[in-house]
Design a protein around this ligand. Structure first.
Ligand SMILES: [Zn+2]
Length: 410
């Protein structure tokens, strides 16, 4: 029997943390935060023998420094995830300082965490007592991992998954499992076909540039920025890149085996103009397209560019990711205004949204689950799980939707 408890992230897309007790071996998978204002954090978990991180995004990794301060456990993650997380964790402290929120941990605690990390790679088995744990590609961002836990029963924890191939990474492949613990971010929602999204995205860019406008593409630094660079690689335009994505490119290129094509990413990076110093931002504004953080317009260089172009109705903001309720990006989508450095301003630029999600959509999740062929499915990491649970039950699956803090058995 396996005892399980979500410390956080069961009912929402944020603060994911699952504690498992499998024949007295205690595991923690992920320990994230919710990057709201102020950020919210999951409670402390019970002690564990080892920690497994699925990927670098803060809703999975953001509170790990607290774990290494409180417990003496090895923390497993892929080499590329290990290289990326210090950037995001240090940025979390920086953002807290900028916004005047209490800092969640000290820089020393991040260093402390990195001392406890054990780098892993896909398909290489990790043995923990009677358990074997195998990391598999999750298709979400480079280095993102699904964990297959082999004990008396085979358990698969998906983390965030994308099953279709993107330019950046290959899609996740189903793994035969007795128990499937699956994310459900897009429960009840479908994605339009990727080719269609790309076609419309490029057509919109051409339209804006042809009428003499500039295109601002806000994109998350880790994953989305690189995907957008690859989408635009063949376009004959003056494209600039600003924000944390610049550093992530270089890290990804050091770990080519986690990319679908390192050659293409390198080509895209070499073709694009990089904003290296503040003065370059002026030149970027003379180009055609600026890809920049932050993805939800909460901060970062994107606000500088929008502030400059806000009255130019020829220019456009092309959003490439879901805008969470309560964020500046959502305010722009709903009301056409943005909080620019503390002042709410009307934005005259054209606004459009393109669904470049790195998560599997509703039907893709069902198809994935069917191919894993489990006896039991546990849905997590979604605020609309019941819709997906209903469809899976209709297909004959035993589905659980546990709540945060509720102990359950598997
Ligand atoms: Zn993610």
């Amino acid at each position: 029997m396996i005892e399980a408890k979500f410390i956080g992230g069961a009912e929402e897309v944020g603060s994911l943390a699952l504690h498992l007790n499998i024949h007295d071996i205690k595991l923690l998978i992920d320990y994230g935060l919710t990057p709201s204002k102020p950020p919210s954090y999951p409670p402390m978990p019970p002690p564990m023998d080892a920690v497994f991180l699925t990927h670098a995004h803060l809703d999975h990794s953001g509170m790990l420094p607290k774990i290494s301060s409180a417990f003496d456990a090895n923390i497993y993650m892929t080499e590329v995830t290990m290289a990326v997380i210090p950037l995001l964790l240090n940025d979390t402290i920086k953002v807290a300082n900028l916004e005047g929120f209490p800092i969640p941990y000290l820089k020393e605690e991040i260093e402390n965490l990195m001392d406890s990390v054990v780098p892993t790679t896909y398909s290489e088995k990790i043995s923990l007592g009677s358990l074997d744990i195998i990391p598999h590609n999750a298709g979400h961002i480079p280095g993102s991992t699904m964990y297959e836990i082999q004990g008396d029963e085979n358990l698969l924890f998906t983390g965030d998954i994308q099953t279709v191939n993107t330019h950046l990474v290959w899609g996740a492949k189903p793994v035969k499992a007795d128990v499937l613990i699956m994310e459900s971010t897009y429960a009840g929602r479908e994605h339009p076909p990727r080719e269609e999204v790309e076609y419309n995205f490029k057509a919109k860019i051409e339209e804006v540039v042809d009428r003499g406008g500039k295109v601002i593409v806000p994109a998350f630094a880790v994953g989305r920025t690189q995907e957008i660079m690859l989408v635009l690689e063949k376009m004959d335009l003056d494209i600039w890149l600003d924000g944390m994505g610049r550093f992530v490119n270089n890290i990804y290129l050091k770990y080519p085996k986690y990319l679908r094509s390192a050659k293409k990413l390198k080509r895209a990076r070499n073709k694009i103009n990089i904003v290296r110093k503040r003065r370059d931002r002026k030149m970027a504004l003379e180009g055609d397209v600026i890809i920049t953080t932050g993805g939800m317009l909460e901060g970062g260089p994107v606000l500088h560019y929008i502030n400059y172009l806000k009255n130019d109705s020829k220019s456009a903001i092309l959003l490439t990711g879901y805008q969470v309720e309560g964020t500046n990006g959502r305010l722009l989508m709903d009301e056409g205004i943005l909080d620019l450095y503390g002042i709410k301003e009307k934005i005259d630029m054209e606004l459009a949204f393109f669904d470049f999600s790195a998560h599997a959509g509703h039907s893709e999740l069902i198809e994935f689950a069917e191919k894993c062929d489990p006896n039991q499915i546990i849905l997590m990491h979604g605020d609309n799980r019941e819709v997906l649970a209903k469809d899976l039950r209709e297909k004959g699956f035993d589905v659980k939707t546990p709540k945060n803090g509720e102990s359950f058995t598997i």
